[in-house]
Structures are given as structure tokens and as C-alpha cells.
Design a protein around this ligand. Structure first.
Ligand code: MN
Length: 197
């Protein structure tokens, strides 16, 4: 199998002002493409060549293969939940679940932002669903993905510096506040609803 960089359903400049065209073009067009190129090189003629991406992430030992497989998955998951015309709130079902866990929607957003801001170095802040189908916020370092801990991710913010440095320099908290402006809950709702089918 050869992975390719899928075309995004929006133009580089359409997430502005939250995320600039320059950031999208580097972060997707260069960084994400590089993870995919590395992944293709690392799986070629190995037992991983025809393995589903999730299975590679769940079975690869720590190292370059895991890192590039997970970064491929994580970035596609991140970019395909963003939209220039996002649905701004979750479905009734997901909103109820979020409010039950976190108090209210604003409290949830605050907690997500503060956990993302607190990641030391490079990583990700995730909204996942646990084995009891409850929403939970978790963070991972570097290429980490919560699926290896048995959680199901439904939303993510990339907190590597390359995700925000061109637009916000070191102000990660500000980037995370603006992230909501382009996060499309329609896609998150779909991921959540899939868990109940
Ligand atoms: Mn990234």
C-alpha cells in the first residue's frame, strides 16, 4: 500500500484568521506530506506494507515507524475536522455527554485549552471516548495517540510548535482559543455517533 496526501476540502487561506495560509501550506503541504513519505519508505517490503494504519500504530515498536504512522493518522484526523464554515456546537447527544462530564460547554473548552497549553514540548490534546462511552480529555507527547491506551479519539488539537508558531509564535494558549473558530463539530459529531452504531 502507498499512502498519499489527500486534498483538503478547503483552500490554504480559508481558515484565516485562526490559522494562516502559510501555516496550512507548511503544516499540511510539507510536514504532513513528509510523515506520509517516511511512512511509505518504512513500510515498503515489510510485514507492515498492507496493514491498516491503525494496526501499524497499535503494533509497531517505539521508533520511526510508529512515529510516522501515528503522525500520519494524527494529522489527517486534525486537518479533516477543520472547516472555514464550521458547525460551532456539538450534537445534542454529544453536548449532553460533555456537560455531564465537564459541567458545561465553556468549562469543557477551558479544560481542553488548559490541558493543551500544559503539554511540555510537542504533542496533542484530544477529546476521546472511553470504554464506558464517556468523553475524556487526554494529552499525548510527540506522535502519541490515545488509541494505544484503548481510548477512541473524536477530536484533537495539534500543539506542536509547527501548528501555530508562524501565526502565534510562543502563544499556544491563544492558538487554542482560536482553534474553536475553525473546528467543525459536524465531523466530531459523526465520529461520536459512529461509536453508537
Ligand atoms: Mn503537526
Amino acid at each position: 500500500m502507498t499512502y498519499t496526501l489527500p486534498r483538503l476540502p478547503y483552500l490554504d487561506d480559508e481558515l484565516e484568521p485562526a490559522i494562516s495560509a502559510r501555516t496550512v501550506s507548511f503544516h499540511y503541504g510539507v510536514h504532513t506530506r513528509t510523515y506520509i513519505d517516511n511512512l511509505n519508505r518504512l513500510i515498503k517490503d515489510t510485514e507492515y506494507a498492507d496493514m491498516p494504519l491503525e494496526e501499524i500504530i497499535n503494533t509497531a515498536p517505539a521508533g520511526p515507524l510508529f512515529n510516522n504512522a501515528a503522525q500520519t493518522w494524527n494529522h489527517l484526523f486534525y486537518f479533516f475536522q477543520l472547516s472555514p464554515e464550521p458547525k460551532k456546537i456539538p450534537s445534542v447527544e454529544l453536548m449532553e455527554a460533555i456537560c455531564e462530564e465537564f459541567g458545561d460547554f465553556d468549562e469543557f473548552k477551558k479544560k481542553f485549552e488548559s490541558e493543551g497549553t500544559a503539554v511540555f514540548g510537542s504533542g496533542w490534546v484530544w477529546l476521546c471516548v472511553d470504554a464506558n462511552k464517556k468523553p475524556v480529555i487526554v494529552t499525548t507527547g510527540n506522535a502519541g495517540n490515545p488509541m494505544t491506551d484503548g481510548l477512541t479519539p473524536i477530536m484533537v488539537a495539534d500543539v506542536w510548535e509547527h501548528a501555530y508558531y508562524l501565526d502565534y509564535q510562543n502563544r499556544r494558549a491563544e492558538y487554542l482559543k482560536k482553534f474553536w473558530d475553525v473546528l467543525d463539530w459536524k465531523e466530531v459529531d459523526r465520529r461520536y455517533a459512529d461509536l453508537f452504531e
